[in-house]
Design a protein around this ligand. Structure first.
Ligand code: F6P
Length: 348
């Protein structure tokens, strides 16, 4: 980009177009400032006393490392501003009410994918912003369409902020010399049709029929019924996968499967799937559970899990079509019927 635009000036320019504009901007700036602090801590790792060692468990039974706890402290402290009514963090059992009269409620995963850090693989912060309803706590249990902004930060070779606001998705990179996020791409759009998929294939034996059939079709490529040969990527870090989809397109799947702990998938609705779904849709892509649009779902519990299939419109539609085509009674079956069906209902 020719013009050097800081995150702050970008937000200032759009403040009048955003409902609760100055409050939303304050939250985004708070998350961005905390992300800069966190990026520094992550980059120094052991030099800053971060061991990555496992400590206790969070409320949902996930192991916490010292960096998970540090990230949570940094983000929660940054969000103690007049704009914020309540924060639900992955690391806390329940939403914490800061000021019940404030205009916004925030759901946040302070450090997603922290298990990747010991391998120096990108991790991130995911956040979701919604206007407070009459009752603070029930705000979190409204559908994802209630979000007014969302985004994520990737701590990788660059520290990158992806922000969905005002119906658009914009990308920023941290300028380490000035300590400011700079706009690098306005109106990010996901490629409509990239033959690339991402899934943890080690779970194949647990998958339900439609997911197995879709992946088998991708693997068969043009030697089967498909119109393209697919490439595969799997990082095991949601923010890194999401960024790749924004840049290159493709489909990411973390489906529900037959294991009791994965009946609702693995990822959390409020601070992983909802914000990613908003980013995907506003960038021209899609996000579904297999059969339903993620943004239409409302959480029943703070840490509810959900299947998440997101990315290029064409790929997500193909996954939805195969879910429709395969009767639920065949779920979790390896029946050859699935392999014979043409999955690509829309022409490329
Ligand atoms: O939710 C945490 C997370 O690390 C995501 O970033 C990632 O997509 C997923 O878990 C990977 O899970 P697994 O390696 O268990 O398949």
């Amino acid at each position: 980009m020719d013009e050097r635009v800081t995150l702050r000036s970008h937000l200032d320019r759009s403040v009048s177009r955003t409902p609760n504009g100055s409050a939303v901007n304050a939250v985004v700036e708070a998350v961005a400032a905390a992300a800069i602090e966190l990026a520094d801590l992550i980059a120094h790792g052991p030099l800053a006393g971060i061991t990555g060692r496992l400590g206790g468990f969070n409320s949902d039974g996930d192991r916490q490392t010292d960096i998970d706890l540090a990230a949570d402290t940094i983000m929660q402290r940054a969000l103690r501003i007049p704009a914020v009514a309540a924060v639900l963090s992955e690391e806390s059992e329940l939403p914490e009410i800061f000021d019940a009269g404030a205009p916004l409620c925030i759901a946040i995963d302070p450090l997603d994918g922290s298990a990747n850090l010991e391998n120096n693989i990108s991790v991130g912060t995911i956040f979701s912003i919604r206007p407070r309803g009459n009752d603070v706590l029930s705000t979190f249990f409204e559908p994802g369409t209630a979000q007014c902004a969302a985004g994520f930060v990737v701590y990788g070779p660059q520290t990158k902020l992806i922000l969905a606001i005002n119906g658009d998705v914009d990308a920023f990179v941290l300028d380490r010399r000035t300590g400011e996020f700079m706009l690098t791409e306005r109106g990010v759009k996901i490629a409509h049709d990239t033959p690339e998929f991402a899934i943890n294939a080690s779970n194949r034996r647990h998958w339900h029929g439609p997911v197995r059939a879709y992946i088998d079709q991708c693997l068969a490529g043009t030697s089967g019924n498909g119109e393209a040969d697919f490439n595969m990527r799997w990082i095991g870090s949601l923010v890194a996968e999401s960024l790749r989809i924004l840049v290159r397109g493709g489909v990411f799947l973390y489906p529900a499967d037959a294991r009791p702990a994965y009946r609702e998938g693995r990822l959390r609705l409020l601070y992983e799937a909802h914000p990613m779904a908003l980013v995907m849709e506003w960038a021209g892509g899609a996000a579904i559970t297999g059969r339903r649009r993620v943004l239409e779902l409302a959480a029943k519990t703070p840490h509810q899990r959900v299947p998440l299939i997101m990315g290029s419109l064409r790929g997500v539609r193909d996954v939805a079509a195969i879910h429709d085509a395969i009767e639920p009674m065949f779920d979790n079956s390896d029946a050859p019927l699935f392999a014979r069906r043409g999955l690509f209902l829309e022409s490329r």
